[in-house]
Write a protein that binds this ligand. Sequence first.
Ligand SMILES: *[C@@H]1O[C@H](CO)[C@@H](O)[C@H](O)[C@H]1NC(C)=O
Ligand SMILES: *[C@@H]1O[C@H](CO)[C@@H](O)[C@H](O)[C@H]1NC(C)=O
Length: 281
Amino acid sequence: MKFGFSLLISILCFFIIPEISAEWFPLDSEQNIPTLKEFRKNQELLVECMNREIDNGEHRQDAKGNIIFKPFPVCRETGKPLSLKYGVSEDINCTIPLTDEMYHLFQLYVHEDAPFSCRLPISAEHDSVVNGNGYVPMDLNFRGVLSDSHTHIDTSMNLLIVKPNNFNSIISSVGWSSSTNTTRYVIGDYMTLQFAVRWLDVESQRGSGHHFKYYNDGFYSLPKNINDQGITASQLLFYALITVLFTGAGVYAVLYARFNKRLIRDLGFKPVNDFGVAKKD
Ligand SMILES: *[C@@H]1O[C@H](CO)[C@@H](O)[C@H](O)[C@H]1NC(C)=O
Ligand SMILES: *[C@@H]1O[C@H](CO)[C@@H](O)[C@H](O)[C@H]1NC(C)=O
């Protein structure tokens, strides 16, 4: 009786509760893994961003209901919209004019009323990008302080892009303000964004271990110690310090006794401990 009841519930649940299943991201419009073509190192990647309404930050859509993406604003440095070089970690400056519209959008971004939503293509083949959902999001989290007459913005941006170690596509990316400074802006100013673009070549973890159509499935998590990618200045300093301490301790141990004995014998010197208090014998 009881068993029958739970069986009935189970069967009902099976039909009512949709099965939780993992699936590949991104899929194209036919729900298949999009056709990917590897990027060449150095290949230009256009950064595109969502077109937003300046009064409420809502995204704009075309007649078919598709969200409209436009190239990132034109940088004065290059005369072209911001683009990245595939696989190249570099620092890029991009100076954009704070037109009335741009200034108001930045107010929304800094106030976190709307995200500055950009995207990067995951394939060098333009057709698959157009037909399918061949992008990963790259939100730019600008921080700052708003006031009535002006806006302070931290324009130093870290831009992190994770790529699979065995295929030249992109898994994920994000950008965020990361300095101790903000700069004051009013409408009509030019704003220089300083991007530190860093590519991370990552091996998939915690997946089925399968090599899928193009690269391994799984979580492309960052290594626990990102600094393992190479010895860093702080690690060097740490090792140097350890070496100095051990060498110092060794020298101290060898010489301390000898010198003290001599001092005590020859000069009647009373040894002091590390706290500067005379030892009581
Ligand atoms: C970007 O601009 C800053 C400030 O003007 C400058 O110090 C820096 O060298 C520039 N970086 C590059 C990569 O041009
Ligand atoms: C940050 O601001 C200080 C002055 O407040 C300035 O000296 C310094 O150069 C600025 N640093 C950067 C990275 O802009």
